[in-house]
Design a binder for this molecule. Structure first.
Ligand code: ATP
Length: 540
């Protein structure tokens, strides 16, 4: 339009007399035409009226069957409109018209026809709108101009198709549209295309022909990114992990508790803690609910769990660290041996894995459409190895690692591969960690002072739980804290909570996002955190 305007404006730059007069008139005419064109363009962009002058003069046989639904402000209930799900459409083939609310996934206008794909969460269906005796040209044009990702209400007949529609989840049917109303219009320019963001990452693309959406673009525009089928599945499966965790533990007699996130003293020493201002003072964000879980045990709740935010002020820019994550924490009193607890946690994981396998197959498959996912393997009961056995396996594989040294991330991963090769499991428990690498409150192993009653649990070779028997004797706790060089005055309240009698207990903390990432075999924890927080990102 810019170039066109320039030509028109330069049109009368030379000449004289009549010629000049007629040039002036032509210039005026051209200016008016330009104004009219602009007006029409503006109207089309605002979606209010997509008809051209010619069509305006024609009678619109579809009047009242398309347009904007207006801002829905809860004026009418329109109870006569019964909406159906896209994934249920097969039950309506050949029956009367149905109403569907969905998004315009793709749109292609072709002569007197318009093909749309309507998307509802992960389900997609092809729609066709063709000019005929009761569908006007204006209506087809209107439908073709609706921006992608807009939300529409359509009334349609469901018809079966002879050839499968490979590009849609509903492959055996299509919708013949009768009415279409825009409920919420999306911007014309999207920062990412859902099709690009959904593209399989496991297919070969040596020439780089496919547009890939990088992680920052996805996270910056998370509302759009979350609409991909894989993301729809990931966060449904994540809800499944939490539901299973809650249901399984509740069945085992655990009580769900809620612990404070604003605390007066750092839970695990002073490092890695976020300070927040608290009126005239400052406070901290809890790095773990551990102290409160333990106090609930001391208060006779016997078995407790909690699901909630955990904050870590660690400048760890890795594929598996967030500064805020969701902790699935549990604590349990036991009679004589912390293995009562270790086995309960092991069984809980087995039940979660079974629950995901049996009830979330659709989600697992949807993620598999985009990412390469090997099915998650586990044993029942789970494999339990001693830390020293793990060290021996690593040494056999040629790795130098000390008896009392923590496992480095690469060694942890290698051990996971060795365990998988030997035992065919993606989940295992490593028991009896060296005492020196565990926190001061960890109960030492009564049989070997080098070790402790502590354990980590792993999925696909990465740590997802850390836990231990905690010292419940205040005198011994004080002694161990002093041994670690901890200022006793700073943990006086913690030690105090064990002075009124406390049963022996053990527990652990699990990172929810890590469980989902590793269950699905994904490569980055940001894929399993809806709005991830890391050292470089605190928006959106
Ligand atoms: P790592 O050694 O991997 O940094 P950690 O030893 O600090 O973990 P714990 O403090 O024992 O972990 O926390 C228990 C569980 O919480 C971990 O096994 C993991 O699943 C999860 N977790 C810990 N830190 C993070 C983090 N920064 N981001 C996401 N999850 C985490």
């Amino acid at each position: 339009m810019g170039a066109e305007k320039e030509n028109l404006e330069n049109g009368g730059a030379s000449g004289g007399g009549d010629e000049q007069q007629s040039k002036k008139a032509a210039k005026k005419q051209a200016k008016e035409a330009l104004k009219a064109a602009k007006k029409a363009e503006h109207k089309a962009a605002s979606g209010k009226d997509n008809t051209n002058a010619n069509e305006e003069s024609e009678k619109d046989c579809s009047e009242g069957k398309y347009g904007s639904a207006g801002m829905i402000q809860s004026k009418d209930k329109k109870e006569e409109r019964v909406f159906v799900f896209v994934h249920d459409l097969k039950n309506y083939i050949g029956k009367g018209p149905v109403w569907i609310r969905g998004r315009i996934h793709t749109s292609r206008a072709k002569g007197k026809q318009c093909f749309l794909v309507l998307r509802q969460q992960s389900s997609t269906v092809q729609c066709i709108l063709a000019v005929n005796d009761y569908i006007s040209k204006q209506m087809v044009k209107f439908a073709g101009n609706i921006h992608k990702e807009s939300i529409v209400d359509v009334s349609a007949k469901v018809v079966s198709v002879p050839n499968k529609i490979e590009s849609c989840t509903e492959q055996d049917l299509e919708l013949q549209l009768l009415e279409i109303f825009v409920v919420s219009q999306a911007k014309a320019q999207l920062p990412l295309q859902i099709e690009d963001a959904s593209r399989p990452e496991n297919t070969d693309d040596p020439e780089g022909l496919n547009i890939r959406v990088n992680q920052d673009t996805r996270l910056d525009n998370r509302v759009l990114d979350l609409r991909t089928p894989a993301n729809q599945a990931i966060f449904r499966l994540e809800a499944g992990v939490c539901k299973l965790f809650r249901d399984i533990l509740t069945d085992k007699g655990f009580v769900e508790i809620h612990t404070p996130k604003i605390i007066s003293a750092a839970s695990e020493g002073g490092a890695n803690v976020f300070t927040v201002s608290y009126f005239k003072d400052s406070a901290y964000l809890a790095q773990s609910p551990q102290l409160y879980k333990q106090m609930a045990i001391a208060a006779d709740f016997d078995k407790v769990f909690t699901v909630g935010a955990v904050f870590r002020a660690e400048d760890s820019n890795t594929h598996r660290h967030l500064t805020e994550f969701v902790g699935l924490d549990l604590e349990m009193a036991f009679k004589y041996h912390y293995h009562e607890v270790l086995n309960t946690i092991g069984e809980t994981f087995t039940s979660i894995f079974k629950g995901l396998r049996d009830n979330y197959q659709r989600e697992i498959e949807a993620v598999g459409q985009q990412f390469k996912v090997e099915p998650f393997k586990f044993l029942e009961p789970p494999l339990v190895l001693q830390f020293s056995e793990g060290v021996a396996m690593l040494r056999e594989a040629g790795i130098e690692t000390g008896d009392e040294e923590d496992l480095s991330t690469p060694n942890e991963k290698l051990l996971g591969r060795l365990v998988k090769a030997k035992y065919d499991t993606d989940f295992y428990i490593l028991d009896k960690f060296p005492l020196v690498i565990r926190p001061f409150y960890t109960m030492p192993d009564p049989n070997d002072p080098k070790y402790s009653n502590s354990y980590d649990m792993f999925m696909r070779g990465e740590e997802i739980l850390s836990g231990a028997q905690r010292i419940h004797d205040p005198e011994f706790l004080t002694e161990r804290a002093k041994h670690h060089g901890i200022d006793i005055s700073k943990i006086a309240a913690y030690i105090e909570s064990f002075r009124f009698g406390c049963p022996p207990h053990a527990g652990g903390g699990i990172g929810m996002e890590r469980v989902v990432m590793l269950y699905l075999g994904l490569d980055n924890i940001r894929k399993t955190s809806m709005f991830p927080r890391d050292p470089k990102r605190i928006t959106p």
